[in-house]
Ligand binder design. Sequence first.
Ligand code: PXP
Length: 237
Amino acid sequence: MKLSVNIDHIATLRQARMTNEPDPVTAAALAELGGADGITVHLRQDRRHIQERDVEILRRVIKSKLNMEMAVSMEMVKIALKYKPDICTLVPESKDEVTTSGGLDVSMFADKIQEVAGNLLAAGIGVSLFIDPGIEQVKACHRLGMRVVELNTGDFAKNAGNSYAKLELDKIAKSVTYARKLNFTLLAGHGLTYQNVRPIAAIEEIEELNIGHSIVANAAFVGMKEAVARMKELLAC
Ligand code: PXP
């Protein structure tokens, strides 16, 4: 299973002092050396971690795939069209959240999603929609003609080890089966760690996981290359 490494929190540490270290571009290069199949950054509207300049340089430097997470907004579309990431992941974004707090409500925001995704796709940029597991969300993505979804593993991850996690895992597995029948490319992520990733990594139909915080936290102790390599080992088992 592939791994896209989210390096937002390297930039969080840099922004804590408004300085120039640690550098997300160096982190991305080391992540690739450790085996990352892609690099993910979330260019938030409040620019609390990743800055536009990071996206510009990453686009030129990284050798794997650049995934830019972004709010469903035309302001973000303009930026994406400028830097041309390989794929953009559309996420709901709100000012007060600590991190992305759930998936998109695709039915409710269908028109806006279609407008934003249409502009990206027309420019040759891939589009993935970050959704909570559930058949209704998958159906809504299909109605919009989408081809790629990232399933939110946040609720599974938060409850790892208790019975709710099993229910959530079941929901993820059912969404995967349904989405594969509709020919979706399936990605998943949020809240995954070295401890809880295995049951998700065991779902063969999921092509790629998107993992950030846990890898960056481990990188503080063992280095980015090693932290990524250890996660890749778990995904291979
Ligand atoms: N996928 C999406 C859509 C996200 O917004 C995030 C967090 O930025 C992640 C995956 C990675 O989550 P985590 O940092 O908890 O691994």
